[in-house]
Design a protein around this ligand. Sequence first.
Ligand code: ZN
Length: 247
Amino acid sequence: MITSAPLVAVLTGAGISTDSGIPDYRGPHGVWREDPDAEKLVTYEYYMNDPEIRRRAWQVRRRGGLLGAEPNGAHRAIADLSRSGVPVRVLTQNVDGLHQRAGLPARKVLELHGSALETVCTGCGDRGPMDAALARVEAGEADPRCLPCGGVLKPATVMFGQHLDPVVLADAVAVTKACQVFFAVGSTLQVHPAAGLAGLAAGAGARLVVVNAEPTPYDDVADEVVREPIGTALPRLLSQVREAAEG
Ligand code: ZN
């Protein structure tokens, strides 16, 4: 039995999902930097006001293959740590649902930027599965509307120009202040709120471990900086946490 396991927070960014074939949109070579026009597809104002942007966005989602992506070893290592009895919370910038797919209970995952696996109606707030909306696109609807109210449908993600969910953000801050170990994995730690959370963790006395291919602004205050690939680094680091907890 684990009696005195620390609370482990794991902040994850795009880098943890690239091994699952999901491109990094915001990174230095991200899709949005190399094609500024693509950024309009995920900018709330353009999306709401331009039906052509919505038609293009639905086609990108249809071809994107996000729903077919599989979790990788790093996602599974976090789920395994949780199953071993160590209290774990994931704070993720990703919208791909791969932590839950790897077996981590949904209540242990805070999706800071929402989820691309669901749609939300901008009129009435109705939610539904993304695959049902994509099936309608496949069947010929260029811009599927909310069935109950006819409003514009969008993914349940936080687009540029939208605020983060204040409840999710407050929960993330509470976890960050309470944890004893804070891993920042595959995130450049340059975008709000990820950057603020890493700083808050370090300031609150948690052990901060940065696992990222590129330098981050928090490397100097981190207790440990790991540059090796996430797919090998994270399983090793989390098994050390588990052994220490079981010690
Ligand atoms: Zn509606």
